[in-house]
Design a protein around this ligand. Structure first.
Ligand code: ADP
Ligand code: ZN
Length: 660
C-alpha cells in the first residue's frame, strides 16, 4: 500500500502524537479529532463550536502536521501578540504580520515564512487581501488556511467585517490548500452564510454541542443594579476576573467608577475611549489576575483568557445569540463560572423603543423584534434556562433540568396573574377610551396603587374607576406584572415615551378567555448564590467540576504566585505559563519528579523543559503531599435568606368588579 492510500491513518496518529507532545493533552475533545483528521487529509471544514470548545487545536494541529505554514486569518490585531506568545511558550514557531509592527519587524517574519521556518502565521483579513501579501504567500508553502471568527463574514451580524468577503479568493488561488472556517456563533443561518460567502461548497460541516455545563446561568429581577452587582461580586467572585456588560457608554463609565469606589478593581471599555486607553485596559485584563472590565459589546470577541470567572449583564442583550456569545466568554478553562444578569421592566421598554425608533426597514424591525422576544422568553421562563438556550439553537437538552441554572436550583413559583393582568389592561383601556390618553408604566402603576402624585392629580386620574384597585401588590410587583405582560405580548410599547398600548392578544385576557400565569417577584431581590441558601424547593448546584479540596489550596496558591512571577519576568499573561486547570491537576497529582510532571494534562514537552524544575521546586518547598483528609471540602455554603416569607401574599385576590 502506498502512503497516499492511507493518509488519514498516518495523519491521525501524528495528530495524536502532536496533541500529546506539544500541548500535553491526553485525548481530543468531542469533534476535534474528526475535524483535524479531515483537514490533515486535505479537506475543507466549517466548524461551529462554542467558546472554550477547543477550536484553536482544530487548525493548529493540522498546521503542525502538514508541511508548510498555517495561515490564520483573524480580525483581532490586538490579540495576535498574545496568541503568538502562547504558541511560542509551547515551542510552536508562530509569528504575525500586522500594523503594530514596523517595517523591519515585518521583514523578519516574512523572511521566516519564506524560509519555511514558521508553523503558523497570523494575519488580519485587510492585510491578507493586499496584492503584496498575496504575492508573499504564493512564494512560500502553505499547509492550511484557518479563518477564525468566520461569522465576521455575515452582513447581518454586528461583527461584520467587509474584508472577510474577499476571503473567497483563497479557494481559487490555492485550490489544493485545505481551508477551515471556525466560529462560535450558533445559528444555522450564519453557518450557511459562511459556507456561501467563503465559497466552500464542498466543506464538511461540524457542529459541536453548545452546552457549557460549567457556566451557571442566572437572571435576577433588577432593583438597584449597581448594588446588586456589587454584592454578587463580593459574595461570589471576590478577586476574580470578569466582564460586566452595559448598553451605554455612560453606564459603563459610571459602573466602573462605582465598583472602583467600592474596592473592586474595575476599568471601562467602550468605543468612545481612545484606542490607547482601550488597548491598555484590554492588556491589563489579560495580564492581571483579578481585574473586572465594564464594557459595551465592543469588548470581548476573541478574548481567549481562560479564567474569566463571571460575565454579568446589567442591561438586556438584544438577542439570545448575543447573550450566549457574551456569557460564553466565562469559563473557557472548564472551571465553574457564573453568567449573571439583572433584568427589569425598563429593559423591556427601552429595547422595544430602540427597535421602533431605530433605523432599518419593516423587515429589519420585525427581525429585531423576534430576537428580542426570544431573549425575553429566556428571561421570563420558569423552565431550565440551559434547556431553553439549547432548544433555541436547535439542540436537544440532555436531561430534564440541568441542575446548574437559577430556575433549576430555585424553581420559581408561578401564580395566576389573570386578575392582575386584567387590572393593568383595563387601566390602559380606561385612559384611552375615557380620556383619549396614553401613559407609561409609572403612571399606570401609580393609578393602580392609588397614589396621588403630582401627575395623577394634574390629569385627574384619581377620578378613574380603576384608581387604587391594585393595593394588594407592591410597586415592584406591579412593575413585574407589566414587564411580564410586555414579554408575553399582552401589552405593547409605543412611541418615544414608551407609552403602553394593548395588543391583539390583550382582548382575550380582558374577556377572561385565557389565563395569565406569571412568575412571582421576590420582594427583596437577592444575589445570594443560587442553591447555596436554604429555602423552599432549592437544590444544590451541580457544577461540572468539583471544588479543590481545602487541603490543596495552599499549594495551588503557591503555584499561582510562582506563575505570576514567571509571567511578570517574561511579560506574558499568567495563563500562557499554565492554565488554572493545569495547576489544579498538578496539586491533585502532586508529582515529585520532572518526569512525573510530564504526565499531567496541559504539560507539553517545551513547558516541561522550561518550567519542570520550577514547579517541582515549589511543591518540594511545601513539604510532602498534604494529608488529604477532607477531600471535596470547598467553600462553606453562604447563609442566604430568601425564605418563603419573602414572597408576596398572593392568595387574597379581590374579585373584579366595575373596573372590568
Ligand atoms: P475556543 O477557541 O473554541 O474558544 P480554545 O481553543 O481556546 O477554545 O480552547 C479552550 C480551552 O480548552 C483552552 O484552555 C485549551 O487549552 C483547552 N483544550 C482544548 N482542547 C483540549 C483537549 N483536547 N484537552 C484538554 N484541553 C483542551
Ligand atoms: Zn437548568
Amino acid at each position: 500500500m502506498t502512503e497516499v492510500d492511507m493518509p488519514t491513518a498516518d495523519g491521525s496518529s501524528e495528530a495524536r502524537a502532536t496533541l500529546h507532545r506539544v500541548f500535553g493533552y491526553d485525548a481530543f475533545r468531542g469533534e476535534q479529532e474528526a475535524i483535524i483528521d479531515h483537514v490533515v487529509a486535505g479537506g475543507d471544514a466549517v466548524v461551529l463550536m462554542p467558546t472554550g470548545g477547543g477550536k484553536s487545536l482544530c487548525y493548529q494541529i493540522p498546521a503542525l502536521v502538514r508541511p508548510g505554514t498555517g495561515i490564520v486569518v483573524s480580525p483581532l490585531i490586538a490579540l495576535m501578540q498574545d496568541q503568538v506568545d502562547a504558541l511560542r511558550a509551547l515551542g510552536v514557531r508562530a509569528g504575525f504580520v500586522n500594523s503594530s509592527q514596523d517595517f523591519d519587524e515585518r521583514r523578519v517574519v516574512e523572511a521566516e515564512f519564506l524560509a519555511g521556518e514558521l508553523d503558523l502565521l497570523y494575519l488580519a483579513p485587510e492585510r491578507l487581501r493586499l496584492d503584496s501579501t498575496l504575492d508573499l504567500l504564493s512564494r512560500g508553502k502553505i499547509s492550511v488556511f484557518a479563518i477564525d471568527e468566520a461569522h465576521c463574514v455575515s452582513q447581518w451580524g454586528h461583527d461584520f467585517r467587509p474584508d472577510y468577503l474577499a476571503l473567497s479568493l483563497l479557494g481559487e488561488r490555492w485550490p489544493d490548500v485545505p481551508r477551515i472556517a471556525l466560529t462560535a456563533t450558533a445559528t444555522r443561518a450564519t453557518h450557511q452564510e459562511i459556507t456561501q460567502r467563503l465559497d466552500m461548497p464542498t466543506a464538511r460541516h461540524f457542529e459541536a454541542s453548545f452546552d457549557r455545563p460549567n457556566i451557571q446561568y442566572r437572571i435576577v429581577p433588577k432593583a438597584d443594579p449597581k448594588k446588586q452587582l456589587l454584592s454578587f461580586l463580593r459574595e461570589e467572585h471576590p478577586g476574580d476576573a470578569g466582564i460586566v456588560y452595559c448598553l451605554s457608554r455612560n453606564s459603563v463609565d459610571k459602573t466602573a467608577e462605582f465598583l472602583s469606589g467600592n474596592g473592586i478593581e474595575a476599568v471601562p471599555y467602550h468605543a468612545g475611549l481612545d484606542a490607547g486607553t482601550r488597548a491598555r485596559h484590554q492588556a491589563r485584563f489579560l495580564r492581571e489576575e483579578g481585574l473586572v472590565v465594564v464594557a459595551t459589546i465592543a469588548f470581548g470577541m476573541g478574548i481567549d483568557k481562560p479564567d474569566v470567572r463571571f460575565v454579568a449583564h446589567l442591561d438586556l442583550p438584544k438577542s439570545v445569540e448575543g447573550y450566549y456569545q457574551e456569557t460564553g466568554r466565562a469559563g473557557r478553562d472548564g472551571l465553574p463560572s457564573t453568567a449573571w444578569m439583572a433584568y427589569g421592566l425598563n429593559d423591556v421598554i427601552q429595547q422595544r423603543k430602540l427597535i421602533q425608533s431605530g433605523e432599518g426597514d419593516e423587515a429589519f424591525r420585525r427581525r429585531a423584534q423576534a430576537h428580542l422576544d426570544a431573549m425575553l422568553a429566556l428571561c421570563e421562563t420558569a423552565q431550565c434556562r440551559r434547556g431553553q438556550l439549547l432548544n433555541y439553537f436547535g439542540q436537544e437538552p440532555g436531561e430534564a433540568g440541568c441542575g446548574n441554572c437559577d430556575t433549576c436550583l430555585t424553581p420559581p413559583e408561578t401564580w395566576d396573574g389573570t386578575v392582575a393582568a386584567q387590572k393593568v389592561l383595563s387601566t390602559v383601556v380606561r385612559l384611552q377610551r375615557e380620556r383619549g390618553q396614553k401613559f407609561g408604566a409609572v403612571q399606570i402603576v401609580d393609578i393602580l396603587l392609588g397614589k396621588r402624585t403630582g401627575k395623577v392629580i394634574q390629569f385627574d386620574h384619581d377620578q378613574l374607576s380603576v384608581f387604587g384597585i391594585g393595593q394588594e401588590l407592591s410597586e415592584a410587583e406591579w412593575r413585574g406584572v407589566v414587564r411580564q405582560l410586555l414579554a408575553q405580548g399582552l401589552l405593547a410599547v409605543e412611541g418615544d415615551y414608551g407609552t403602553l398600548v394593548l395588543t391583539e392578544a390583550s382582548g382575550s385576557v380582558l374577556r377572561r378567555e385565557r389565563e395569565v400565569p406569571l412568575r412571582k417577584e421576590p420582594k427583596r431581590p437577592t444575589s445570594a448564590k443560587a442553591g447555596s441558601s436554604s429555602g423552599r424547593g432549592e437544590r444544590k448546584a451541580k457544577t461540572a467540576v468539583p471544588e479543590l479540596p481545602e487541603s490543596l489550596l495552599p499549594a495551588f496558591e503557591a503555584l499561582r504566585a510562582w506563575r505570576a512571577e514567571q509571567a511578570r519576568e517574561q511579560g506574558v499573561p499568567a495563563y500562557v505559563i499554565f492554565h488554572d486547570a493545569t495547576l489544579r491537576e498538578i496539586v491533585t497529582a502532586w508529582p515529585t519528579s520532572v518526569a512525573q510532571l510530564g504526565g499531567i494534562s496541559g504539560v507539553g514537552e517545551k513547558k516541561l523543559v522550561t518550567y519542570g524544575e520550577g514547579v517541582i521546586g515549589v511543591l518540594a518547598g511545601l513539604g510532602g503531599t498534604p494529608d488529604d483528609g477532607e477531600a471535596g471540602g470547598g467553600k462553606a455554603a453562604a447563609q442566604g435568606d430568601p425564605a418563603a416569607d419573602d414572597w408576596p401574599e398572593m392568595d387574597a385576590e379581590p374579585e373584579p368588579d366595575d373596573w372590568i
